[in-house]
Design a protein around this ligand. Sequence first.
Ligand code: ZN
Length: 452
Amino acid sequence: MFRALWYLAILAVLAFIAVWLADQPGTVTLEWRGWRLDTSASLLVVLVALAAVIIAIILQLISFIRRAPETLSRIRHERRRHQGYLALTRGMVAVAAGDVDGATRQAKRADVLLEDPALTMLLSAQAAQLNGDEAAASVHFHKMLDRPETEFLGVRGLLVQALKRGDKDAARGLAERAFRLRPKSDWVAENLFSLQTQAGLWGGAEETLGVAVRRGRMTAEDGRRRRAVLEHQRGIEAAGLNDTDAALKHARMAHKLDVTLAPASVRLARLLTGAGKLGKAARVLETAWTAAPHPDLVEPYYAARDAKAPLDRVKAASRLAKHNPQHDESRIVVAGAALEAKLWGEARKHLEPIATTGTSRRVCLLMAKIEESERGDLQQAHAWMARAAQMEPDPAWVCRQCGNVATDWTVYCGNCHEFDAFAWGRPPHVQALSSFGNETLTALPAMDEPGG
Ligand SMILES: [Zn+2]
């Protein structure tokens, strides 16, 4: 619309100029080498304008012809690029679909068409991996290391390969490089931490952990717990090297970082007891008992209180129980000591409130022992034992990852090799026999593949 108006306006102006020129009087005479031209001024102006237009058109034509090869090459290049990206897209789809031939063919095509190795190297590597040719994939990954924009992809590819073939030293070096490039990647941090702890590089693992917490990739609480476990391990190692000062320092740190980590508290208490610092050892265990009562704390506590005789043990048990009086574990520890000291009344006082209402197998077995030892009442003892059989299993160290149950805490799960996987709790199990029939068997929790 505007364009039409614009042309109309130009036309009107031109018509006006033509009329105006035609109205102009006057003639022009040109003489050149015996030639003579007489004409009106207005016609001369029109002729000059016409000549200017013709020259402009000729110049345009020359420039077009001169640029023609360049234009043609650009068009061809654009078409190649377009086809290259198409091959790249098709190749990625083929990789996702597991189409080996398609992926290889498109990777080669994209490589030829696109002069951008950064884009095509990953596809070529993936196509090679799909083809089972890890060596060729490795060559592509190595090439990626040379370019800053593909370095991480190359390192990641090589790291996955190293993990797959179980080459932990190579994997650790690559994980360190990947972590420097992308410290925010959870996958990299997890792998690096795992490889460092497996190699016993506790210091490096602590550094990785620190970065993960600082960058908000892990909660401060989880970070403290993991650091506690690392300090615990460092303490064990120092003790193995007969470095008692370092062993004590690391054990103190582990206990300070997580008082609920019973193995760390037990270790520190034993070290202190061994060094004659009985009061300090007892206080460590009392702190741990307040936070999380655990049966493993009891024997070291007797040692720290130098309680050998049965009555001394009852006294020590009562003292420990005072630090968490409402907890079942406190009742059980006092009752157990009282039973050994043949203080039947004391034992009953602590057990009976939790024996009839509770679900602890240990409590039922203790009650059976009391009935048998105090009164020789075998019938009652058997009743308690039958009840014990129906109870759920008592707490144990259970792997969070695979459900593996262990008697002793270890830094790695013996089954799935997960770091710090053991938590104190009721193990997964088949339902008690009493409910067999209406409830049938409950399954174990789903197991993940080791190394996930
Ligand atoms: Zn496990």
